[in-house]
Design a protein around this ligand. Structure first.
Ligand code: 0PR
Length: 391
């Protein structure tokens, strides 16, 4: 720690040396991220609201209203008139809140003291964090041959200690939509809490359906759905951090309320205490700026790029793990080990990620990736094949 204050100019000069090492989304090299370049307007609004604190909302009543409006607007495209929830730090906090609500409600209403949750094998690792913190036993249900959660496996695992079933609308690794409608029925029949993790798909599926895609239903119109995670900082274009948790009923918030007696609000539901009003304000702004139409256009462009890449890869003898439902692709080459291919791509400057189940190169086609980037990427793949003497 420096003793004497440093001049602003010096600070900026030094920071630039660090920033230059970061990748920038607009270079088109980041192919494995669910985050993307935030819209300039939302970045500006974020800075304008940087010192607002929704942990003490009575001081920032305007920003609190913005959070309420964002929740209402997200509920509107998830088929619910009135939702209860918050803008949080991301999908991890949203999923944690949902699991906490499920556990606490089961303890209160059913006296369950050894709680278990059933999650798909494809669930994001945030559920394992939640289980660790909340002392939940996690049961991983199997996937079917299309990498969707098997409802049969869920039914086999249900027992008197089950406090929640989780389904994913847009899995992290493959972008698969689980059979949410069937899971909703199972939840109703067994009177179990049902959480849908639509952290990624929530800002995609409704808008693709608006323009004629026929993706399966996953939202609150299904009676068994208790809560939904939907993240503005993924396909919603909001600056990081902005996650969303929506509950169907107030009772779910009531069971996670913690008293905050000396603050302007008498109770808090979020994990985080002092929390950014800037996230709510910037999300409000980008949602207004985009509208349903803007999000449909963005989602459609991402899908067009996804299908273009899927076709081109197959022409080059790469094999898709499964045909893409959303804008995530996973593929392999029969003659190249996945890790080798990932390494060779990285050496050429492409940042891909690898899925774990099944092991494959995973590409998330976010809005910062355009057609030219994909042409360049395919050229690199051809170059790699040539260097390995594969035709
Ligand atoms: N649920 C799903 C379905 C997710 O895919 C993710 C994150 C989460 C919950 C957790 O969300 P937060 O990370 O906002 O808490 N999915 C991405 C992943 O783990 C997050 C990510 C984004 C990772 C950008 C890397 C990256 O460069 O793959």
């Amino acid at each position: 720690m420096n003793k004497e204050p440093v001049e602003e100019e010096e600070i900026l000069k030094n920071l630039a040396k660090y920033k230059i090492k970061d990748l920038d989304y607009s270079q088109g090299k980041i192919l494995g991220s669910m985050c993307t370049k935030a819209d300039p307007l939302s970045k500006k609004i974020f800075c304008d609201f940087l010192d607002t604190n929704l942990g003490d909302p009575g001081l920032f009543k305007g920003t609190q209203s913005l959070e309420e409006e964002v929740i209402k607007d997200m509920a509107s495209f998830l088929s619910l008139d009135k939702a209860f929830g918050n803008i949080v730090t991301g999908g991890t906090e949203a999923n944690l809140m949902a699991m906490r609500a499920a556990r606490n409600l089961a303890r209160k209403e059913k006296n369950i003291i050894n709680p278990e949750i059933i999650i798909p094998k494809s669930a994001h690792f945030s559920f394992k964090k939640a289980a660790d913190m909340l002392n939940l036993k996690t049961i991983e249900a199997n996937l079917d041959e299309n990498y969707r959660l098997s409802t049969r496996s869920v039914e086999e695992h249900l027992n008197k200690n089950t406090v929640a079933i989780v389904g994913v609308a847009g899995t992290t690794e493959l972008g698969i939509i689980d059979p949410i409608e069937d899971l909703s029925k199972i939840a109703i029949d067994n009177e179990v809490y049902f959480h849908v993790d639509a952290a990624f798909g929530g800002f995609l599926i409704p808008f693709l359906n608006d323009i004629g895609y026929e993706l399966p239903n996953f939202d609150f119109s299904l009676e068994g759905v208790s809560s939904i995670t939907v993240d503005p900082h993924k396909m919603g274009l909001a600056p990081i951090p902005s996650g969303g948790i929506l509950f169907r009923e107030k009772k779910y918030l009531d069971v996670i309320a913690i008293e905050s007696p000396y603050l302007t609000s008498k109770e808090q539901y979020t994990i985080v205490g002092t929390r950014l009003g800037a996230s709510a304000a910037a999300t409000w702004a980008i949602m207004k700026r985009m509208g349903r139409k803007g999000y449909s256009e963005l989602a459609n462009e991402c899908m067009i790029n996804t299908h273009f890449l899927a076709d081109a890869l197959q022409k080059e003898d790469f094999e898709l793990v499964t045909s893409p439902e959303l804008n995530i692709l996973a593929f392999n080459h029969p003659k190249i080990a996945t890790d080798d291919l990932a390494r060779l791509l990285e050496e050429e400057g492409w940042m891909v990620s690898t899925s774990s189940y099944p092991k494959a190169i995973r590409i998330v086609l976010m809005g910062h990736i355009n057609h030219m980037h994909l042409i360049d990427f395919l050229t690199t793949l051809r170059k790699i094949k040539n260097s390995l003497n594969i035709n």
